[in-house]
Design a protein around this ligand. Structure first.
Ligand SMILES: [Zn+2]
Length: 302
């Protein structure tokens, strides 16, 4: 998808809404999981020596499950040589269908949205922290997110309590947020671990360098930023410098923010691999899977 420059909060909101637009269109109905359609979209990136990936940003929402059985999703990930994937869902427990079938491949990330509407109001829900605490205690959760939050809500007690709950359990939080949210979070909970989704709301290398320098607990997922990192497929020199400089802090993700995105999965994977391929091997493999494996303490067999 085309990625627009995000200059002010209004644009950030638009972007966020455009991400969610595909999610609200379909209501969950009786699952239709036809064996026939599996073969038609089970395409893989070009075979051969495709380097493995560890995807830290996937969604498997109720409307995705209507069309794609867990087995199909798992086969798709394997066909594209994903060693592991951090997957969240709406409602939160949806992803456990995937995890139950492939516990070594699927790392469930606890989402907090039960409906599409929750995305805009969760930070004002006083009952949410308790629900999160109970769910975390009961399940195989490896992270919390994706949480969408903007500058004006950065001091939400609900948000900060969720940060504390995740951090107390040693779990990273994935945030789709403005830079000011990152500042407030680390000011309040300095020991937190954060994955900044989509390289943040202002994905400019000088800004990212500044944040990476200031906050050792900050990691960056590069999902949906392929056109910025490598316009027309060619690695941008400013991005290249940043990726080399902070090679231990970046990770990749396809971000299946709407159901159609699962159909184009192999294409996005090959875009990611094409810019990774322009980096030195050590840096490329760190960003492709080693950083995520280290962060999630996940043994991966390459
Ligand atoms: Zn996402």
């Amino acid at each position: 998808m085309a990625v627009r420059p995000l200059i002010v909060n209004r644009y950030t909101r638009d972007y966020c809404h455009s991400l969610s637009a595909g999610m609200v269109a379909t209501s969950p109905t009786r699952p239709r999981w036809p064996a026939l359609m599996v073969a038609s979209w089970l395409s893989a990136a070009p075979a051969g020596a495709a380097p493995p990936l560890f995807d830290v940003h996937l969604h498997y929402n109720a409307e995705d499950a209507v069309h794609h059985a867990p087995e199909t999703i798992i086969a798709q990930l394997q066909a594209n040589r994903l060693l592991a994937a951090v997957v969240t869902s709406r409602p939160p427990e949806q992803v456990l269908q995937l995890h139950a079938r492939a516990p070594g491949l699927i790392l469930p990330m606890l989402g907090v949205y039960r409906t599409p509407a929750d995305k805009a109001t969760w930070m004002d829900d006083p009952d949410l922290p308790e629900r999160v605490e109970q769910t975390l205690a009961d399940g195989p959760w490896r992270a919390v997110g994706e949480l969408h939050l903007f500058t004006e809500d950065r001091r939400s007690p609900v948000f900060l309590r969720i940060v504390e709950l995740a951090t107390a359990r040693g779990l990273p939080l994935q945030l789709h947020c403005d830079p000011a949210v990152i500042d407030t979070l680390f000011e309040q909970v300095p020991e937190a671990t954060v994955i900044w989704a989509h390289a943040g709301a202002y994905p400019y290398p000088p800004l990212l360098r500044d944040y990476l320098q200031r906050y050792p607990g900050l990691y960056i997922d590069l999902s949906v930023r392929d056109q910025r990192i490598a316009p027309n497929g060619q690695l941008d020199p400013e991005w290249e410098l940043l990726l080399l400089e902070y090679s231990q802090r970046f990770m990749v993700g396809v971000d299946t923010y709407r159901t159609e995105r699962w159909h184009g999965f192999a294409e996005v994977v090959s875009q990611i691999r094409s810019w990774l391929d322009q980096l030195p091997d050590e840096v490329s493999s760190a960003i492709a899977y080693r950083n995520a494996a280290r962060l999630f303490r996940q043994r991966v067999d390459n």
